[in-house]
Design a protein around this ligand. Structure first.
Ligand code: ZN
Length: 324
């Protein structure tokens, strides 16, 4: 008798899946004003206070819900004072970073933001969802979108649960040519086209709700964005594990995309590649998460360094502006 051939490729990575967005990372100006906006005005939790692993003289601040779940995370590199130019918004760059807020809370947000001195504008997304658009202290466009969202918000900062941010809603970016950007998402990356309206298309991943949405807007005549202060550096998508990440990495390489090696970001592992419209994408693992080096109860309180920078702690601490 003969044995059946050994089956291969039946592991979890055989059909790797993007589970949604993981985080959005921006280059911003001053660290204290950034912290004051995302923590005290938007009410997110500071879930990690660390440094830019590629330039440990600069903070890397992570904001999210109470446990810093992927899909709730906004992260910033405060490069104020480093001579970094101010960026220019345009094609091939995230134009709006959007957070989900409860249905009906747009008016309360408009009042809260206005009272704190921010110019907030009530308005809808291209797909008709109401909300508020505001510029953060560095000039990033932040839109709060009224959404049905089952995720549990952080209310430890005295946020009213009736208006607390439940996580990232979506990112929106304009591109000169829509097709190549859509094709990469719906093809190799497995996103699904959910809606089309005017020049805009909505793509979804995972369960499809807030936290798993990318909106693209065709802008053939627009100028290209330039990276710098006040711009989004990249958007990260989440995968379950290293095997899924490796499967996507192989697929991307086979399709001719330039993808980085896997980089250890301490709280997740990452690969990076540029999509055809110009936006930098990252694929990040869900594990190990933010409780790897401090308890959930005190996330974000102390300066955390990756093991390879611990020897330089005193020098690094001396160079960083203290934050309240
Ligand atoms: Zn990232």
């Amino acid at each position: 008798m003969t044995y059946p051939e050994a089956r291969t490729g039946s592991g979890g990575a055989a059909r790797p899946e993007i589970l949604g967005l993981h985080h959005v990372t921006a280059t911003v100006d001053g660290a204290q004003e950034d912290l004051s906006f995302y923590r005290d005005v938007l009410g997110l939790r500071l879930v990690k206070r660390t440094v830019n692993f590629d330039n440990p003289q600069v903070y890397h601040l992570y904001y999210g819900n109470g446990t810093g779940d992927p899909g709730t995370l906004m992260t910033t590199f405060p490069y104020g004072g480093w001579g970094v130019r101010t960026g220019r918004h345009g094609n091939g760059q995230i134009k709006e970073t959007r957070f989900a807020v409860p249905l009906g809370s747009g008016g309360a947000w408009h009042t809260r933001l206005s009272e704190q001195g921010f110019e907030a504008v009530l308005g809808e997304t291209d797909f008709g969802e109401p909300g508020v658009l505001v510029l953060d202290p560095s000039g990033l466009a932040i839109r709060l979108v009224e959404s049905e969202d089952g995720r549990v918000p952080w209310i430890g900062g005295n946020m009213d649960p009736g208006m607390a941010v439940t996580g990232v809603h979506s990112v929106m970016f304009p591109v000169r040519r829509m097709e190549p950007s859509v094709d990469l998402l719906t093809g190799l990356l497995g996103w699904r086209e959910e809606a089309h309206r005017g020049e805009s298309v909505r793509l979804v991943s995972g369960n499809g709700g807030p936290g798993g949405i990318i909106d693209l807007r065709g802008d053939p005549g627009g100028t290209d964005g330039v990276n710098g202060l006040g711009t989004v550096h990249h958007v990260a998508m989440a995968v379950a594990d290293d095997a899924s990440q490796e499967a996507f990495r192989r697929r991307l390489l086979e399709a001719g995309h330039a993808v980085t090696e896997v980089r250890d970001r301490q709280y997740f592992r990452s690969i990076y590649f540029r999509e055809p419209g110009g936006v930098l994408y990252e694929i990040a693992t869900m594990p190990p998460g933010f409780a790897i080096d401090e308890p959930v109860s005190s996330l974000g309180e102390g300066l955390k360094l990756p093991p390879w920078e611990e020897a330089n702690r005193s020098r690094i601490e001396e160079g960083l502006t203290p934050l309240d």
